[in-house]
Design a protein around this ligand. Structure first.
Ligand code: WT7
Length: 625
């Protein structure tokens, strides 16, 4: 663990000078079944990246078996249920190991084998983490789909990866609501021909329909023993697929591989959060997102930490649930999203103050730029000016944190993610693709691979190349803009593409437009983000309709319902505006830049609209807002 600023500087310099030597040393701390022959083999022009080439391992041995001798009775997963009156569960490393092995055997008994894709559509209960690890144990590729996604979105992801198995639950608790997961899954499976087994966990005990491929999880487990040797995996074998949205309607299945992902998530967890042996670390994300994969499951467990899984929401039963849980479990590390902070900031500070938060040592932020107000509120009311805040910049594609301060070790700067991790070569580019030196603002890019970079998009390597490696040849292009101060600290300024981050969720505007266009009365639509004080950004949809009715509300509700059905409730636009045209260039391209300004109400910053094909629609949009 890096313990001082000087050590950080030395380590970063060493990693820059000799990346292979540096990562090879980091990787040697893990348990490999056989060593790698070459540390790194890459070519960004293909693109191809391979780390720890020829090495053999199983990530679950590093997350579980390795800790059995030293700390079998330490809590690995601390589960806090949605309902605060339901007892929390402390699952030790020994117990977790046993349950993962048993679940892995259950998967195999039902036909799963190495290389199969298994879709996991589950609530935030321990069995979700166990299922993920069980897949990894047998070398099946997990594809976790966030339990807030709709049947259509779930089906698209199952089909894209040709999953042979689905793991789900009868339902999930979420605040005062229950989500009928099995019903949604049933709906999805009507259009998925590759799934031949569906294992159903009992969580809510709600009534479910039963199909021929369905099996109860608890009944299957009863038949199974818990001896399950870990499958030997190649360093570059896929570990999982996780979907993220992009600038076309089709989600991108980012593929992460075993060796590099393990090394990088474990290394960054250790150094960014600086967890000590008796600490209790809580990341409030859902395992359905990359944050949950890397920093609830793999990173913490590879370090033998205690990781909290929270099933509920920050507002249930009241807006002090986060703080109540922090006090209840003596949380030392609390990692959440700016959107949650902004939502909680709206409530009286007495809700924070009534709980004893003295156990807290480190705070974290992830998912979008944290604005100054939220940063200071977090620092003052939660951290009591006594906890470093790590603002961690990264992506589904990067697998792990690329830019962040190290808690209490390197300097923090409000609203800045600060410095890249050792071994991460960040640069700023201008529009021509030239590197900007020193202070400046531009496009963020990365010059050299790090171990957990996604290797491809499942089934579409060409798209992987086009999206991430073609705009600026020789660099990985993440799609974010950034500015850099004189000390080299980065502040992420936001997306430079058609992705909008809403409440920390990465939403491509294209799939939302496609959903809206499904409506028989819609001719064309455009969706853009606009600043929102809680969500960070919210969505504004412009729709051209065939026939205008007096009652726009019905149409708007139908459009929202369509989006919820096709993607999920998180993608519903806050505003829908019926327009007679969209501002277009003479070549017919929608001028999203202008729509963004219109949605934000920044009418004085529209720039020259006279070159548009149809400048009159701009005026109309302003008038009818
Ligand atoms: C996009 C990636 C990283 C896991 C959760 C989101 C934005 C993420 C920060 C941050 C500013 C951030 C970027 C990035 N983002 N963290 N600390 N500061 N922006 O993963 O869904 O793949 O989204 O989230 O725009 O590209 P994701």
């Amino acid at each position: 663990m890096i313990n001082s600023l000087s050590e950080f500087k030395v380590t970063s310099a060493k990693a820059l000078e000799n990346p292979d030597g540096f990562w090879s040393e980091v990787a040697s701390e893990f348990h490999w079944k056989s060593p790698w022959k070459q540390t790194l083999d890459y070519d960004f022009s293909k693109p191809e990246v391979k780390w720890f080439v020829g090495g053999k391992l199983n990530i679950t041995e590093n997350c579980l078996d390795r800790h059995l001798a030293t700390q079998p009775n330490k809590t690995a997963i601390l589960f806090e249920p949605n309902d605060p009156t339901e007892t929390a569960q402390h699952i030790t490393y020994k117990e977790l190991h046993k349950r993962v092995c048993q679940t892995a055997n259950m998967l195999m008994a039902n036909g799963a084998k190495k290389g199969d894709r298994i879709c996991i559509y589950m609530p935030m209960v321990p069995e979700l983490a166990i299922a993920v690890l069980a897949c990894a144990r047998i070398g099946a590729i997990h594809s976790v789909v966030f339990a807030g996604f709709s049947a259509t979105a779930l089906a698209a992801r199952i089909n894209d990866a040709s999953c042979s198995m689905l793991l789900t639950a009868d339902g999930g608790f979420r605040g005062a609501k229950t989500i009928a997961l099995k019903e949604i899954a049933d709906d999805a499976l009507t259009s998925c021909s590759t799934v031949n087994c569906c294992l159903v966990l009992q969580r809510t005990q709600q009534e479910v329909q039963w199909n021929s491929i369905d099996k109860w999880w608890h009944e299957e487990l009863e038949k199974i023993d818990d001896n399950c040797p870990a499958e030997v995996m190649d360093s570059e074998d896929p570990l999982f697929i996780l979907y993220t949205s992009g600038s076309t309607g089709k989600p991108k299945g980012m593929v992460h591989t075993c060796g590099g992902y393990m090394v990088y998530t474990a290394y960054t967890f250790k150094n960014v959060f600086q967890c000590q042996p008796n600490d209790v670390y809580w990341c409030t994300a859902d395992i359905g997102w990359i944050t949950g994969h890397s920093y609830i499951v793999y990173g913490p467990l590879a370090n033998g930490a205690t990781t909290v899984m929270f099933e509920g929401v920050p507002s249930y039963p009241a807006f002090d649930r986060f703080w109540e849980v922090c006090a209840k479990h003596n949380i030392t590390h609390f990692y959440t999203a700016p959107t949650a902070i902004r939502a909680l900031e709206k409530h009286p500070t007495s809700l924070v103050e009534k709980h004893d938060l003295s156990s807290l040592k480190v705070l974290g932020s992830v998912g979008e730029p944290i604005n100054a107000e939220a940063w200071h509120w977090y620092d003052k009311h939660v951290g009591k000016h006594n906890c470093p805040i790590v603002d961690t910049w990264w992506q589904t594609e990067t697998g792990g944190i690329l830019i962040s301060s190290l808690a209490g070790v390197t300097p923090q700067k409000p609203t800045f993610a600060t410095l890249p991790m050792p071994g991460v070569q960040t640069v700023l580019l201008n529009n021509e693709g030239d590197e900007i030196e020193g202070e400046g603002e531009g496009i963020l890019a990365i010059k050299h691979p790090w171990p957990s970079i996604a290797r491809t998009i499942w089934g579409d390597h060409e798209r992987y190349k086009n999206v991430y490696f073609s705009a600026y040849p020789g660099y990985y292009f993440p799609g974010d803009g950034a500015l850099r101060d004189a000390e080299g600290n980065f502040r992420i300024t936001g997306r430079v593409d058609d992705v909008v981050i809403v409440s920390g969720h990465n939403l491509g505007t294209a799939p939302i437009e496609n959903a809206i266009n499904e409506h028989p009365n819609v001719v064309e639509s455009a969706v853009v983000g606009f600043p929102h004080d809680v969500k960070g950004n919210a969505l504004h949809a412009f729709a051209i309709v065939r026939s205008r009715a007096d009652d726009n509300e019905t149409l708007k509700n139908e459009l929202r319902a369509l989006v919820a059905k096709t993607i999920g409730p998180i993608a519903k636009p806050d505003r829908i505006q019926v327009v007679s045209g969209l501002p277009k260039t003479r070549s017919g391209k929608i001028m999203r830049r202008i729509l963004r300004k219109l949605a934000a109400g920044e009418y004085d910053q529209l720039g020259d609209v006279s070159t548009l094909l149809n400048p009159e629609v701009v005026e109309e949009i302003k008038q009818n807002k």
